[in-house]
Design a protein around this ligand. Structure first.
Ligand code: SAH
Length: 346
């Protein structure tokens, strides 16, 4: 028996065809999509303007959410990690993580961190997500489902595609999902950040189309030989090509880039690093976001001290590079991306 098609996989036009085929009126499609995407109703039984009979048929023939929440871990600071299993016909399906991160400021809404793939082929040695390789891309429906489940935890100020996976390797499904997120969930392009290791050729093709999201590029070092170790899938791509693609992105879209830099104690946080990074980024309108390394079970890196990260940030600021530090939240609950899944899969 095959899984029924989910609402989240359908365009508005396709939804209309499907709803009519199931005995509804054409305008019911809009009623349903507004209920789900804009009001956040995740079950047909909440849509009381539809007849009970239609609601029952829809629940069977056009399910909304198809994943199952297999684990929910709430850290002391309120960070909520959802471990979601998507169904597979032959038994247990793939697991992915979606993380709802409340703001430090109780008056502000949360950030949602979404996954783009099941596993990841890039294999950065400090990252839990690449440990088991790539299983498959997520579908548009599975990406949208994370946004819906995440928003059900609490209102969102910002969303980042920084969970498991390399989003630029799943661009067709991701773009389709983000269209729904922007146009039907009402989350604007400036509130969506996509984080990538930065394939220059893909970025250069993409930027003239003015994609509806902000871009973050994971750089991690100013040295080509070290980047080959820290981001193995990009070993042959010089950092200068990445920076050039980043500059073009800014020209084409008018949106500044964030360069992410995981700070690995004693590995990429020396004064040589800050000096060269400063030289490379001088004059560029970009921000560096330092991410102190979150320890992953069984790997060889050290979390840097707070003082060392702050000193590194100050060195960059002295070189006129705008620098922020992202202190991770929810660390008491295996919160570094990909760790819940890694543990569950093992
Ligand atoms: N593949 C994309 C998006 C997913 S990772 C990318 O690499 O950008 C999102 C960010 O988290 C990346 O900058 C990644 O390097 C970082 N990250 C991965 N593992 C980490 C860890 N153990 N501690 C801190 N940051 C980590």
């Amino acid at each position: 028996m095959s899984n029924p098609v989910t609402l989240l996989a359908l365009s508005p036009e396709e939804t209309q065809e499907r709803v009519v085929a199931l005995g509804g009126k054409p305008f019911h499609a809009k009623v349903i999509r507004t209920a789900v995407f804009s009001k956040g109703q995740l079950e047909y039984k909440e849509m009381t303007s539809l007849s009970a009979e239609l609601r029952e048929r829809l629940a069977v023939e056009l399910p909304i959410l198809v994943g199952r929440e297999v684990d929910r871990v709430v850290a002391r600071d309120g960070t909520t990690k959802l471990l979601i299993e998507f169904p597979r016909e032959d038994g247990r399906g793939p697991l992915i993580e979606t993380v709802h991160i409340p703001s430090h400021d109780p008056a502000k809404d949360a950030t949602l961190c979404v996954s783009s793939q099941v596993g990841c082929p890039v294999a950065c040695p400090f990252c839990a997500s690449g440990r088991l390789g790539l299983e498959r891309n997520l579908t548009r429906a599975e990406i949208i489902e994370q946004y819906l489940r995440g928003r059900a935890v609490g209102p969102l100020a910002r969303t980042v595609v920084m969970g498991i996976g390399e989003p630029l390797l799943n661009l067709v499904e991701l773009s389709a999902a983000l269209t729904v997120v922007r146009e039907e969930m009402g989350i604007g392009a400036r509130k969506i950040t996509v984080s990538t290791v930065g394939f220059p050729d893909r970025l250069e093709k993409l930027s003239p189309t003015k994609p509806g999201f902000q871009l973050a590029i994971s750089l991690h070092t100013p040295f080509d030989d070290q980047r080959a170790v820290l981001v193995p899938a990009m070993a042959k791509i010089p950092i200068s090509d990445i920076l050039r693609a980043g500059d073009k992105w800014f020209q084409d879209t008018g949106r500044q880039i964030t360069y992410e830099y995981v700070v690995l104690g004693g590995v990429n946080d020396t004064q040589e690093h800050s000096k060269h990074l400063g030289e490379r980024l001088r004059g560029r309108r970009a921000t560096v976001n330092l991410i102190p390394y979150n320890p992953v079970e069984g790997d060889r890196f050290q979390r840097p001290s707070r003082a060392d990260v702050e000193a590194f940030a100050d060195e960059l600021r002295d070189a006129h590079v705008v620098t922020t530090i992202r202190w991770s939240r929810g660390l008491d609950s295996d919160a570094a991306c990909g760790q819940l899944r890694l543990r569950a899969e093992r």
